[in-house]
Design a protein around this ligand. Structure first.
Ligand code: 13P
Length: 342
């Protein structure tokens, strides 16, 4: 890696991991954004997607709590109603634009119920185009399912390998890779099962990153928190989630990794914030910045407030501002439940 590339990557990492700031995941694919908009009876037209993302990115004061936003390819190329590229709205606030670059998951032949993420072919070429358009970091999501007999070592290895190849290609192209191995919270598995699988997965991912010579200093990890499955009869408190998550991270994630930005994975907004706070108030000091890269846990109430109506824009933006502010407080261990009602 040239010294200039190293410097560019280090600068982006420093901005993304700024104290008390996190990342907004607004990179829902065409299918996912359609589902999300449908929950508030909005049809997913190009204009509706633009209006919604323009609302998010032009939220006044967002830069106080949000360091970067992950975009979907369409958004990276879209303009606001006034003709300003949406990327510019972020840059004007000092927020770093990033881009989701994987092409989604496909079923893995011979491994029922397991998936692998695709998108490596031609990735370097796509990244250089995204960079021209303003992206400075990227995201690739691998998905691991917990169930009877799964995940298998083969699915873990295939997903870890793809994540590591992606990360190496990103760094070559001067984009900071967000490495996202998501162990899904679907199912009735226990906290202990989530811990076992997450540890296995992170171990494999860091082994693969090492094998591909990825510079750990120039990446961000985006993992799931260790938590019981959604249908597990035994729920866990934020303290239990934080404790299990930290044990798992300390065993598997080298101290060279600058930042760990959790996904919310279907947790409610308040739960995701409370969990992040618990993670940042553990007794022992951690070697990494622990923050958020939430999608649903930052946008759920924004969508409900907006419902596709221009007249609701300001109130919806206030909703985003509030969630970003509370998660910023949680990232500094300064959140209290009372703040939800302020
Ligand atoms: P959630 O926080 O809604 O899980 O989304 C984060 C994300 O980017 C998933 O890839």
């Amino acid at each position: 890696m040239s010294i200039l590339t190293t410097q560019a990557l280090a600068k982006t990492v420093a901005e993304l991991t700024a104290p008390g700031k996190g990342i907004l995941a607004a990179d829902e694919s065409a299918g996912t954004i359609e589902k999300r908009l449908k929950t508030v009876n909005v049809a997913s037209s190009e204009g509706a997607r633009r209006d919604y993302r323009e609302l998010l990115f032009s939220t006044p004061g967002l830069d106080g709590f949000i360091s970067g936003v992950i975009l979907f390819e369409e958004t990276l190329k879209q303009k606001s109603v006034a003709g300003v590229p949406l990327v510019k709205l972020l840059q004007a606030q000092g927020i770093v634009p990033g881009i989701k670059v994987d092409m989604g998951t496909v079923l893995m032949p011979n491994f029922p119920g397991e998936t692998v993420t695709q998108g490596l072919d031609g990735l370097a070429r796509r990244l250089s185009e995204y960079k021209q358009l303003g992206a400075r970091f990227a995201k690739w999501r691998a998905v691991i399912h917990i169930g009877a007999g799964i995940p298998t070592p083969s699915a873990i290895a295939a997903n870890a390998h793809a994540l590591a190849r992606y990360a190496a290609i990103c760094q070559e192209q001067e984009l900071v890779p967000i490495v996202e191995p998501e162990v899904l919270m679907d199912g009735d598995h226990t906290l202990a099962a989530s811990a076992r699988v997450t540890e296995e997965v992170l171990h494999a991912v860091f082994h693969a990153l090492h094998r591909q010579r990825v510079a750990l200093e120039h990446m961000i990890l985006k993992p799931n928190m260790v938590e019981p499955g959604r249908a597990c009869p035994e729920p866990a408190t934020p303290q239990q989630v934080a404790q299990a998550t930290l044990i798992c991270l300390r065993r598997t994630v080298p101290a060279a990794v600058p930042g760990i930005n959790f996904l919310s994975g279907g947790q409610s907004e308040a739960t995701a914030t409370a969990n992040l706070h618990a993670l940042n108030t553990a007794v022992e000091k951690q070697p990494w910045v622990l923050s958020f890269s939430y999608g649903r846990a930052l946008q759920a109430s924004v969508l409900q407030a907006w419902r596709g109506e221009a007249a609701n824009k300001s109130i919806a933006q206030q909703g985003l501002y509030k969630r970003a502010r509370l998660n910023s407080a949680a990232a500094q261990g300064k959140y209290t439940a009372v703040m939800e009602n302020e």
